[in-house]
Write a protein that binds this ligand. Structure first.
Ligand code: DGL
Length: 288
């Protein structure tokens, strides 16, 4: 069984284009419709209740504009607090970034254990870097504990990294200083650091560089590729994969400022995007 309808993807804004990029790389025949809620970004500083409301609005907005077959939640903050509400709100498979990211972290941890670098604890722990909302939710720790990870998982809120990534300040002294300051809170036994926010892949090289100084041997894990792989599995399981050899189409929707998404697309999506191809849409606030 195959299904040529697009996958719906949404995020609080442009950050989720890092997840879209991974999806396009892993699933080259799948069509996508991406919604960035650029009118209401950021979500990371908002309450869980507000993020849940916005998330359900976004799912309905995507449903209005595209006949989507599955929903990928690219935003960590939304994935942390609203996955259940989204699964209740739409009748299609829904996947977020937290479970695949946690799974990838556990795999990295077992690689690390098998290597046993002498500089590292024999039972290294996992630290999540994310928005305030993601950190407050404890979502990664819950998923890791449910998968049998015994050590406490720590989480560090790094709110300044989102504007740094959007400003394009991803190399040099400024991000290094900011990241050093956040990494001061790393536990001594950390072995794996999860990039628990859409924007952090743009700073991955600096985070990895600074981590190598603070905690030599620790591994940085980015959940975007893991989410793309998990999406492929999910589609297969539900008989929703695109026909082999299908030519995909990709639509970008925003709730404000299409030109701003176009300006950030090269850095976040790895492609240039014609601003006039980005559709400006109104948020759908209820089911009617
Ligand atoms: N997309 C958000 C996340 O991954 C970061 C930006 C925001 O705070 O809205 O958590």
């Amino acid at each position: 069984v195959t299904d040529s309808r697009p996958i719906g993807v949404f995020d609080s804004g442009v950050g989720g284009l890092t997840v879209l990029r991974a999806l396009k790389a892993a699933l080259p025949t799948e069509s996508t419709v991406y919604l960035g809620d650029t009118a209401r970004v950021p979500y990371g500083t908002r309450s869980a209740q507000t993020v849940i409301t916005y998330a359900v609005n976004n799912a309905r907005t995507l449903l209005k504009h595209g006949d989507i077959k599955a929903l990928v939640v690219a935003c960590n903050t939304v994935s942390a607090v609203a996955i259940e509400a989204l699964r209740d709100a739409v009748s299609m498979p829904v996947i977020g970034v937290i479970e695949p990211g946690a799974e990838a972290a556990l795999q990295a941890l077992s690689v690390l254990r098998s290597m046993h670098p002498s500089s590292m604890s024999s039972s290294p722990s996992i630290t999540v870097l994310g928005t305030q909302g993601t950190v407050r939710s404890g979502a990664y720790a819950r998923v890791l504990a449910a998968r049998g990870h015994a050590q406490p998982t720590t989480a560090i809120a790094c709110p300044l990294l989102v504007p740094l990534a959007e400003e394009g300040w991803t190399t040099g002294d400024v991000p290094a200083l900011v990241i050093d300051r956040y990494l001061q809170a790393l536990p001594a036994d950390v072995g794996v650091v999860i990039l628990g926010c859409t924007h952090y892949p743009l700073l991955k090289h600096v985070i990895a560089q600074r981590l190598a100084i603070h905690r030599p041997g620790a591994i940085v894990v980015d959940g975007a590729a893991a989410t793309a792989a998990a999406t492929a599995t999910l589609l297969k399981e539900h008989g929703l994969s695109s026909p082999a050899g299908a030519t995909p189409s990709h639509r970008l929707l925003v709730t404000d400022a299409p030109q701003q998404m176009a300006a950030l697309a090269p850095a976040f999506l790895g492609e240039t995007v014609d601003p006039s191809s980005i559709e400006l849409v109104d948020v759908i606030f209820d089911a009617s």
